[in-house]
Ligand binder design. Sequence first.
Ligand code: GLA
Length: 389
Amino acid sequence: MRDTFNLRSRFQARFGPRTPAPRAFFAPGRVNLIGEHTDYNDGFVLPVALELGTTVIAAPRDDRRVRVHTVDLDASAEIDLDQPGPGNTGRWIDYIAGVAHMVDTTIQPIRGADLLVAGDVPRGAGLSSSAALEVATGFALLSLAGATIDRVALALAGQAAEHTFVGMRCGIMDQLVSACARVGSALLVDCRSLAAEAVPLPGGPVAILITDTRKKHALATSEYNTRRAECERGVALLRSALPDIRALRDVTEEAFTKHASLLPEPILRRVRHVVTENARTQFAADALRRGDIEAVGASFVASHRSLQHDYEVSCPELDALVDLAIAQPGVRGARMTGGGFGGSTVSLVDESALDAVMAAVRDAYQRRFRVEPGFLITRGGAGARELDT
Ligand code: GLA
């Protein structure tokens, strides 16, 4: 767990002593088990919150200024809530200015604050360090304003901040799981209704192993926004035959096969990925509930191939990590996780095989890419919360 004692003394060193003492808030990063690039198509996702995340130490101010210091970057900035600015500076403060403005204008008016921010989710690893930052900051600012936290509204404010202040047209998955996760569980989210159901993880003999390519997902924002536009184009083209569809979520596998000739390349493959991924995600959630890890693992591999060949958001490093993992005894399935173009993979691994799998994958990956992959194991963390003093 985070060393809030240490962070509190850093807060005091930077902003001076406070009475009452500053409060501490936390929101986790996430790893998505399956349901990739489905959230912005109103589809299904099955993410798990990490034990790692962002901690915010926060004290209220009497004005409408938010002063922030980030420990990770050793940098400070200040925001005026009445003049939040256009954002899109490409700097870390965009996330904070964005979420402050969004909670202030869409949930409830907030007051100024002094914030010390520290995160332990590796950045650029596809594990949603930015959602953790947004949700932890929004949770802190709303709590200082005396609000009862509406977790779904908080997630939506974080997403809106990304759209408006960061320029990333992300779906709702990352912020929603960061706000709403339950310990030891994945969250099956219907991204249309935003209904979320906790699906217990197998725990015990099967571990969730995250492997970081250590390749930062650099192209991610522009390619991500392109994929979104391609999906919207797919919906528009399919409407000539299926006038009632609102999003690719409404297209069944049968309807897709019947009307595939309406779609040019690469829209055809983009749509095929989303349609099949939605089916795989619901299937995998059922299999997880039944404890059928074989079936979950097979869905992981099918999902990866679809992201690799149809959605084209993978990269040689991700493909290598998946291929290396699934060749090891004790690995039930592996796939890229998150937006793609770098970042991490997620594998289901028999606990007894973990050490051997990590050693084999590390050696082979390092030989090929000359960089050591990062490893992380999660049992499923809890969603955003205030930490005890
Ligand atoms: C990023 C976005 C999410 C989701 C994934 C892909 O993490 O923030 O909303 O679209 O990519 O599944």
